[in-house]
Design a protein. Structure first.
Length: 501
């Protein structure tokens, strides 16, 4: 972005059109880059004089806008024989004793300061105000743009600055998935509307907030960089131009992104979602956490919750929305969407300051209040309720007696085959198998193992026999057969008969 004082727009016909730099400004862009390159090693004051000369033949705001972008790649440093602050302290102390009115008295003060600092008067004079901005020296410059790329970057920055006064953006893109992903990752307030021309993403602008937030505005400006990466796109923005509402329209013909990736690295809002996702995933529950699930139809608009929880053992999904930094108007829109979202399970974490938990509950959705961060336990407790219902339904759908085909099968594998949670099988009866630990084994297999495994056999040999029958839980099966393992340090163990009491 540029600073507001460098914004160039045309209000002809009641519109609001940024005055983009065209191909004809390429020589000027080259001169701005060259001016900075030619002043490496010189003071900022000399550089400013050169830029002022450029303004004689060009638009002041354009020159300064291009210069501002180039200056971001420049390094200015204080270049002085002595530390300026220490030097000033010594000179001012000397001036108090001498009394500086004439040039001779000034020279005397500098001489006395030089003596106290054990240096020369020239060094004192050169250091006295060397840290002031105009005296700082341009020490290095690393311009990453050619003149054409600088113009493209200028146009992008100009558009971002113009959009900072938007109350609302209406965006269409040939890559809607990337657009929605960027909006959500930048944590912007939005909705998706259905129009005759297709779906459009409507984003609340910085001036559309109840209280303007610089942080939100910065994230909002970064959105344009991602939008402009699509082959085709169109933005219509409502601009609050000092109290007058104007329309700004941008397309791929106006703005491009010169040689950089779209900025969508803001993945979560103030760490609330990031913290929740990390802590939830670490629990290893029977729920898969899905980021940005598919849209939900909500009347004439579309709603995309922040997350979804997918039950691992059957097609059951719970959507999860986090209501945080939202305006009253945006909350009202979301509540309106929740009114018409049907046949889905929706869990909503609500910032306590919004005070709409009861309204959400009245819409038959589950609400969890939070302050600062979402407590994972509160969410897990709700999921446990769903989980219990799913387990009970799965248990009711299965017969009380089950007869798997395999001679040996783990309860985990059987549960996966049946599409149920493993805990559903805890109360089932298996007439053709014996339950050994968490493995089902036919009696004929156990009988064969009693003939193949004997006391004195090494544990590795016994495990090899068990593995040949498809058994991995050696400890439980050996115990069932009446054996124990006598461990021999790190070298392994030997199979022994269990002692009888």
């Amino acid at each position: 972005m540029l600073t507001k004082d460098l914004l160039r727009v045309s209000r002809a016909g009641g519109g609001y059109a940024p005055q983009f730099a065209g191909r004809e400004e390429r020589p000027l862009a080259a001169r701005v880059i060259g001016t900075y390159q030619g002043h490496v090693g010189e003071t900022r004051a000399r550089l400013e004089e050169a830029l002022t000369r450029l303004e004689a033949d060009a638009d002041f705001k354009l020159v300064r806008g291009l210069a501002k972008l180039v200056e971001r790649e420049a390094t200015f440093e204080t270049n002085a024989p002595l530390p300026p602050e220490r030097t000033r302290a010594s000179v001012f102390a000397a001036a108090e004793s001498v009394g500086v009115v004439t040039d001779a008295e000034r020279d005397a003060a500098l001489e006395r300061a030089a003596q106290s600092l054990a240096t020369t008067t020239d060094a004192v004079a050169a250091s006295l105000y060397a840290d002031l901005e105009e005296h700082q020296v341009l020490t290095s410059l690393s311009v990453r743009w050619s003149p054409d790329e600088l113009l493209a970057q200028y146009n992008l920055s100009l558009a971002q600055t113009a959009l900072f006064d938007a109350t609302e953006l209406r965006i269409r893109s040939s890559d809607p998935k990337a657009l929605i992903s960027a909006v959500k990752r930048l944590r912007l307030m939005y909705e998706i509307r259905k129009t005759d021309a297709g779906r459009e993403v409507v984003v609340t602008g910085p001036t559309g907030l109840f209280q303007t937030s610089r942080r939100y505005g910065t994230r909002f400006a970064r959105l344009l960089r991602s939008v402009a990466k699509a082959p085709e796109w169109r933005i219509e923005a409502t601009i609050d131009d000092r109290g007058t509402e104007r329309l700004l329209t941008l397309t791929q013909d106006d703005v491009s992104v010169p040689g950089t990736e779209p900025v969508t690295d803001v993945t979560f809002d103030s760490g609330v979602e990031a913290e929740f996702a990390a802590r939830f995933t670490a629990l290893g529950l029977d729920w898969n956490l899905v980021r940005e699930p598919e849209p939900l139809e909500a009347g004439a608009s579309v709603m995309i919750p922040d997350f979804a929880f997918d039950w691992k053992h059957s097609p059951f999904r719970v959507y999860f929305e986090i209501m945080g930094f939202w305006t009253p108007e945006y909350v009202a829109k979301k509540l309106g969407q929740m009114d018409v979202v049907e046949d889905v399970e929706l869990l909503v974490a609500v910032d306590s300051t919004l005070g709409v938990g009861e309204e959400i509950a009245a819409r038959d959705h589950r609400a969890i209040p939070y302050t600062g961060s979402v407590r994972v336990k509160d969410v897990v407790d709700v999921l446990r309720e769903y989980e219990q219902e799913l387990i009970e339904e799965s248990a009711e759908a299965l017969a009380e007696e089950l007869s798997p085909d395999g001679d040996v099968i783990t309860l985990s594998a059987l549960a996966s085959d049946l599409g149920v949670s493993e805990s559903v099988l805890d109360d089932k009866v298996f007439p053709d198998h014996e339950r050994v630990g968490r493995t089902l084994v036919r009696p004929t297999v156990l009988s064969a193992l009693r003939d193949e495994i004997h006391a004195g056999m090494s544990l590795s040999e016994a495990e090899s026999v068990l593995s040949s029958h498809g058994i991995e839980d050696a400890s439980a099966v050996l115990s069932k057969l009446g054996f124990r393992v006598e461990w021999e340090g790190l070298s392994g163990g030997t199979v022994r008969e269990k002692e009888t009491e």
